[in-house]
Every structure is written in structure tokens, then in C-alpha cells.
Design a protein around this ligand. Sequence first.
Ligand code: ZN
Length: 677
Amino acid sequence: MRRLMNLACVSVLLLVANYAIAQNKALVNTSASPYAKLSSLDMGNVTWTKGFWADRFQICRDTMIPNLWKVYTDPKVSHAYKNFEIAAGLDTGLHSGPPFHDGDFYKLFEAVASMYAVTHDPKLDALMDKTIAVIAKAQRADGYIHTPTIIAQKNDPKNAKAFADRLNFETYNLGHLMTAGCVHYRATGKKTLLNVAIKATDYLYNFYKKASPELARNAICPSHYMGVVEMYRTTRDPKYLELSKNLIDIRGLMKDGTDDNQDRVPFRQQTKVMGHAVRANYLFAGVADVYAETGDTTLMHTLNLMWDDVVNRKMYVTGGTGALYDGVSPDGTSYNPVDVQKVHQAYGRDYQLPNFTSHNETCANIGNVLWNWRMLQTTGNAKYADVMELALYNSVLSGISLNGKNFLYTNPMSYSDDLPFTQRWSKDRVPYISLSNCCPPNVVRTIAEVADYAYSVSHKGLYFNLYGGNVLNTVLKDGSKLKLDQQTEYPWDGKVNITLQQVPAKAYSLFLRIPGWCNGASLSVNGQPIDATLTTGEYAEINRKWKAGDRIELNLPMPVKLMESNPLVEETRNQVAVKRGPVVYCLESVGMPKGQKVFNVAIPVNNDLKPELIEIENSPIMSLTGKADLRNEGSWTNQLYREVGTKTSKVNIRMVPYYAWGNRGHVDMETWIPLDR
Ligand SMILES: [Zn+2]
């Protein structure tokens, strides 16, 4: 009897241990975060089967990751990996490439680890092992790792000092090392990279213990806020939580803080979003992580102010953020020109959302996803999933070509060859962005990880955040198994069929997201309509005792819609953006009869735009075809103003999703199109 009890105890303990391990395998692990309502499934629990994300994932596995790995390990193109080899003493030479190159390599590494979590491809495992050995060798004994400084020290020990230059991106690089270390550990169970990250985080902890505010200002582009909290979640070392809190508290203490870096004003005193959009969004994501662990309401208060400011006044219709290439801040609020600071790649003023000159860095749009994901996990509020979905389908995917090989740094809302000046960064996607290749590995890791955002769990049930054909197979906290099959052509069609295959014995809730863009959703179980009111922009809960074979059908009508902007957005007055479901459309010159200009088109209120499935670069794309009005009034050359003409004709147009623009050669393109009332 006693032996039996002991055995029972042992198995309970094993079970508990298994949970702990299982819960530690989420991409962002909020399973033990006291102030997060939701947590994630383990990486690898969700496998895309058929449809939109299955297609993107396959291209990520077969092209995006192998192609980008080749780029990053070919010193003739990118010196990222070579820098690690030199820092490790395996080669000689100088550092080459931007100071944030290490971090970008870690992001690519994270993509490989996330891919491995799904495919368990032994070749990826071996590749990661080989790479980690080099990274570990490059690390200094004190834990510091940043190849520009380490290589400089090797060449001239007197000259190179850690954290000497604010623009050296050390903490950005360290942050991505931390995230990659956690993801690799969760995907493989190996601690090799995690141990490098632990040494690095300890180094950072000790550095900040001693650092003056002036030295602490080195936090450019704070990916390390997310990284440090994830290290805490992985190791439960309280030092890391302390560090993450201190990182917020020291902001705004230095004399020369800037609006561009969001550190002129202490975080809790900020009321408006300003400055570099990647840095801002990464900061907000990291602060949301700290909130999930601490419940510090002063942080959530500022996050709410920032979120309202972005979503209600500063975000593009595509979920893109960071309207300006360059600007000033604060603008118009001070008579003292000394207060006016330069900002770049930055949020603009309220409602300042230009089209031809929109910056919208791919990394900023990904930062918007990272931030909203953490807000969703913390609160369970579907409004955050709406923003995530919007950015993913539009301004994140636009950063990479359909074939997975070429990239955009900026994501303009319009493009014209007639614009008589050249903006920085190519508006045609390129294989390698030589000065700023931060976006390519960021978009590739994001696509590799979309399955990790598809669902969340709470103690009550399963949340459907993003729809797409997949199989979910997981073990819940109470030990019961949950397996289901989701079939859908979303985002091209709003019908989602879910078949439950293994279910908990007890009553369990399914929370199906009714997107904010959707009116008239309907829901049925085994063919019986569900009576519950389905509120747009919220999760619809169905709680019952389920059985294997139960079928849920969700219908999300997605008619073609014309969207207008707040009239204070002067650049888009009397124009419309065409949207269907979560997907924003654009018009390219290649979607018009030859010789016609997209900028002469106007869309009638009562239009006949209809969905039609086409293929571009072997990818199925839902296009919209129909008739529009065409003003055919000759050239604008050397003309700024003229009297409005009356000559119009009808023209056939084919619009494509914004994310797919520029995949059929060099084109003019427009997202906001004049409206014919
Ligand atoms: Zn970038």
C-alpha cells in the first residue's frame, strides 16, 4: 500500500514536472506570469496544414530560412557570421557591417530554432549546434558579447570599450541573444545557447548595478526588455526581474535623453508616442512583459495611453507604424527651438500619415505585433488580436516578396516613378539591405512563428486568436489532452470549420474571436446554431462538455468594404482604402490597362469589385476585379494646379492585397484611392 502511494506520489511529481517542462516551451512563456490572463501553447503544438499560413510557412521552411542563412554566412554579402568567427579567434580581420549585425544574426537563428520546433529536422539541429559553438567561443569570460567591440579589442585592446557609444546597439544585440537562447532551449531542450545568454544577462545585470545614468543610456532599440523578462521566465532568477524593472526606471534620468529614443521623459510620464517607431514598439512590448510579471499599474497606465495614441491617431490602415523618415519632436508645442529635437524613422504628429513618403519600417510593424501580442496575453482583450492580425496580413508580410527571397525596409502606401526625388531605401524588394538588414531576419522569424500566436489558453479554455488551416495537439494544464483540426481558406473566405478530436472530460470553453472588422458573424455546433450574441471585436465563448467528433462552424462574412480615414488625416481626405476581411488592397499599374496611370483612377461608392483568386509567384492571391472611373486628362508635367476637368471613362481594374504589391515587376502603386460619390 505504502509502495503504491509512493508510486502515486512519484507519478504526480513526474506529472507536475512534465507540466513545468511543457509550459516552458511557449515562444513567449506567460504560463507562470501572475498578471497575464492568457498563456501560449508549446512551440510545435500547432501545425499549419492547408491554406494561407501553410503556404507561407512552407516557403519559410524551404526558401526564406535557407536563403537568408546563405546570405548571412557568405562574407561577400553579409559579414554577420564572419564577425562571430573573427571574435571567436577562428579567423582574423576587422568587423564589418552595422553594429546591430549580431542581433540580426540571432533573429535568424531564432527563426531556425522556431522552425525546428515544428519540423524536428536534424539538419537544423546540427546547424544550430555548430553555430552555437562559434557564438560561445566569441563570448568574453565576463559574459560580454558584442562582436564590434570584441574584434576591436583583439586588434587594439586600448581602443575599444564596452558601452562607450550609444549607437553601438550592444543591448539590442544582447536582447536578441536572450530571446534566441530561450527559444532554442524550448525548441530543443538544449541549454547551450541559453548558457551563453545567462552569462550575457548576468554581465548586463552587473553592468547596470554600477552604471551611471549616462552609461545606462546605451539602451538604443530595447529588444533586451523582452529578452531579460524571457530570461527570467526561463530561469526564474529574480535578478533578471529586478534588472527588467530597473531598465524602465532609469529611462529619462540622463541629461541628454531624446524623444527619438523615448528617454527624454521618464516612461511613466510619457503621454504621447513619439520618436523612432521600432524602438518605441519594442519598448512598449518589453514594458508589457514587465507588467505581466509585476502587475505594476503605473506601467499599464502608460501603455494604455500609448496604445490609444497609436491606434486612434498614428497607425496606418495596414497596421504600419512610423510615418516619418525624418521629423522633429516635440513639434508645435514649444516656442523654444532648443526643445525641438530631430527624430528619424519615427512616429509623426497626430493624424500625420503621408502616403508616398510613409516610412513604416518592417521592424516597426513587427514591433506592433510583438507589443499587441503581449497586451493580448496580459488582458485577454480581442482588440489587441485585431491589431496583430491587421499588421501581420498587411504591413509585415509586405516586407518580404512572395517567393521569400527579397525584402523591403520601408513600406510605402503609394509609389510613383514620377516623384522627382529618391527616398532612402529601395522601393523594389532586394535580396540584401546592405546598411539595414534588420528587417529580413525579423520578418522571417515572425512568419516561422505565426502558429505560436494562433491560440492562447486560460484556466477556462482555448482562445482562437488567428484563423488558418491547422492541427492543434496539446496537453492542458490539468493533464487532459486537446486535439482539433481547423480547416479554412481564411483570409480569402470567412468560413472556419473546426473538428474536435480529443477533448477534456470536464466542461471546457472555446473562445472564438469575432474580428473587429466583421459584422454578422454566425456560429454553430454540430449544425445547430449557437444562440449567444456574437459581439464584433470580442471572443465568443462556447462552454460545454465536448465530445470527440464535435464540429464547430464559424462564419465571418467578408464583403468588400471601402474605408475612409478621420478627416484630420489630410493626406487621405476624400479617398478610400479597399478592404476585405483583414486584408487591405492596393492598385498597381500592372492591374490597369497598359499605359493608364493608377493615380487617375477613382473608385465609385457603388462599385462592382468582386473577389477572384489568382496566382502570383505560385502563391494563391485573392484579387478584386471590377470597374472604376478613369480621369484621362493628359500629363501633369510642370503643372502644380489646374482646373478640374469633366472627362471620365470607365476602366477595368484588378486590385491585389497590399502585402503582395511589387511582386510583378516594378510598378506604380496606390493604397488610398480617390472616391467618386
Ligand atoms: Zn528593420
